[in-house]
Design a protein around this ligand. Structure first.
Ligand code: CA
Ligand code: CA
Length: 301
């Protein structure tokens, strides 16, 4: 079993990041993660202005996957997400949907007990998920706070146990990293954060060759998903639909008019988040319709 300590943190996805571990394709790797504030907030008494904002959204890694070459797909099977016992939340001026209204910074420390997070008097079921998960872009450097075609800060609640995320390999070895776990988060992430928490994630990293799929995509027992990030949420939503149409058409020869009609009836267009530098939308098409035209989860192994 391979393990990457949360001492190995990056704040941007970049081809220049030095890999901290090299593994064979097909390996299972456990990543220890800090929360999105790099565990700087241990109590609600923290002095907000003393937080180091250069240490936010750290991802653990990157890991070099042998045999992953530009043009391949990295399949990341999320096998296990373990979270700590205490989450934190922050909101305030310039943060989240209410950033123009709020006048004070609010820090909340949120206990995790009995499979729920306890937010004030509200008890909310856990849905542990990964906020930041991606590969290096071909060139340049993308902050771990930003989502894009390489994955990154998609804040998609479907990045949970049982989901396989499909990411582009842009550089040799893919340079995969992840972080920013949430104990719970709803579509939208309206306040600017989920129940931010440290933990560890176990993934299986597989390389798929010879497929030109519209990435990032995700697959679980229920759905096949296309995910798109863009400055404008409506563009992200349209593009996620177009990616699913293209997948059905290019890979399975479904006529485009039939594909868009199928999505109109059966494919939910959902919001991942509306608070990051680019907004993220996804389409969730029940897997049965994909299987009907020839898709199989076995292709991801
Ligand atoms: Ca995030
Ligand atoms: Ca977060």
């Amino acid at each position: 079993m391979h393990r990457v300590s949360n001492k190995h943190l990056i704040y941007a996805m970049s081809p220049k990041n030095e890999p901290v571990l090299t593994v064979e394709a097909g390996s299972v790797v456990t990543f220890e993660t800090c929360d999105c504030f790099e565990d700087q907030i241990q109590s609600a008494d923290v002095v907000f202005n003393e937080l180091d904002w250069n240490r936010v959204n750290p991802a653990t890694g990157p890991v070099f996957v042998e045999g992953a070459e530009p043009g391949d797909i990295l399949a990341v099977e999320i096998q296990k997400i373990k979270i700590g016992t205490q989450a934190v939340m922050v909101t305030g001026p310039n943060l989240g949907v209410l950033g123009s209204v709020l006048t004070e910074n609010i820090v909340k420390v949120i206990p995790v007990t009995d499979n729920h997070v306890q937010l004030d008097s509200f008890s909310i079921p856990l849905n542990p998920m990964i906020g930041v998960i991606g590969t290096a872009p071909k060139e340049g450097s993308i902050s771990c706070g930003t989502p894009d075609m390489h994955g990154g800060n998609m804040d998609c609640k479907q990045m949970r146990e049982g989901t396989t995320l499909l990411l582009p390999v842009n550089v040799p070895g893919a340079l995969f990293a992840l972080g920013d776990l949430h104990a719970a988060m709803a579509d939208g992430e309206a306040s600017v954060c989920g129940a931010e928490i440290a933990g560890e994630v176990t993934v299986k990293l597989t390389v798929i060759k010879g497929k030109k799929w519209p990435l990032p995509m995700a697959v679980n027992q229920e759905h096949v998903m296309t995910i798109v990030s863009h400055k404008e949420l409506d563009v992200a939503a349209d593009q996620a639909v177009i990616h699913m149409v293209n997948f059905l058409h290019d890979e399975y020869h479904v006529p485009k008019a039939d594909a868009i009609s199928l999505i109109s009836l059966a494919g939910d267009v959902r919001i991942c988040q509306i608070v990051d530098p680019l907004k993220t939308a996804r389409v969730e098409l029940p897997i049965q319709y994909l299987e009907q035209v020839g898709f199989s989860r076995e292709m991801l192994k």
